[in-house]
Write a protein that binds this ligand. Structure first.
Ligand code: C5P
Length: 218
């Protein structure tokens, strides 16, 4: 039997992570935060001090990431790095190394390994286009730049990280540009994706909408 997958792709801070986690809980499905894998790779690269342009070494780190997930907590070997990977510096490094095709390929098996019964909700940039092209339901979640910058600002504050709103907004626009314009697996909606705008819907409404779309399909 084919294990169902719901993919939720979209730009930074579109709300996809929150929506995907709630939806996975509602359906009792597994959850894949693919951005965390790029962030974990970025953290390992920064710590190891290797040249951030050495694609071969970065891919080798990515292909054997010693990470594991326990509910909402993320570990690199035995160390919890749930918050450490959420800084803007790591986000920017993640987006830089995510443009290297060899790094993207090195993370494919780790991602597809999350597809386990009874199902999976996966969020990222290329879940519906590259990693799970046969997904049951593909969502492309967007939101305006202002809404996203404000959300990211609040998320960081809640984690005790303060940042400047203007530089945050600039980083966000730059990261979107890099994610959208890269050659390999750019951030684009899959041809069969349903596009939703979370600037005009609450988190609960967005979850409900996707839930209903999934029930209609299955
Ligand atoms: O979603 P998040 O902000 O945690 O992702 C960090 C970075 O990882 C993104 O800016 C993007 O460049 C990259 N990424 C990606 N493909 C994914 C998930 C994340 O390229 N599927």
């Amino acid at each position: 039997m084919n294990i169902p997958v719901i993919t939720i792709d979209g730009p930074t801070a579109s709300g996809k992570g929150t929506v995907a986690q709630i939806l996975a809980g509602k359906l009792h499905f597994h959850y894949l935060d693919s951005g965390a894998l790029y962030r974990l790779t970025a953290l390992s690269v920064m710590r190891s001090g290797i040249n951030p342009d050495d694609t071969g070494q970065i891919a080798s780190i990515a292909s054997s990431l010693p990470c594991h997930f326990e509910k909402q907590r993320i570990f690199l070997e035995k160390e919890e790095v749930t918050d450490a990977i959420r800084t803007e510096a790591i986000g920017n490094m993640a987006s830089k190394i995510a443009a290297f095709p060899v790094v993207r390929r090195a993370l494919i098996n780790l991602q597809t390994g999350f597809r386990k019964a009874p199902g999976l909700v996966a969020d990222g940039r290329d879940m519906g286009t590259v990693v799970f092209p046969d997904a049951e339901l593909k969502i492309f979640l967007t939101a305006s730049v202002d809404v996203r910058a404000e959300r990211r600002y609040k998320q960081l504050l809640e984690k005790g990280i303060s940042d400047n709103m203007d530089s945050l907004r600039r980083d966000l626009i730059e990261r979107d540009r890099r994610d959208t314009e890269r050659k390999e697996a750019p951030l684009v909606p899959a041809v069969d994706a349903v596009t939703l705008d979370s600037s005009v819907m609450s988190i609960d409404e967005t979850v409900e909408r996707i839930f209903r779309l999934f029930v209609q399909k299955s």
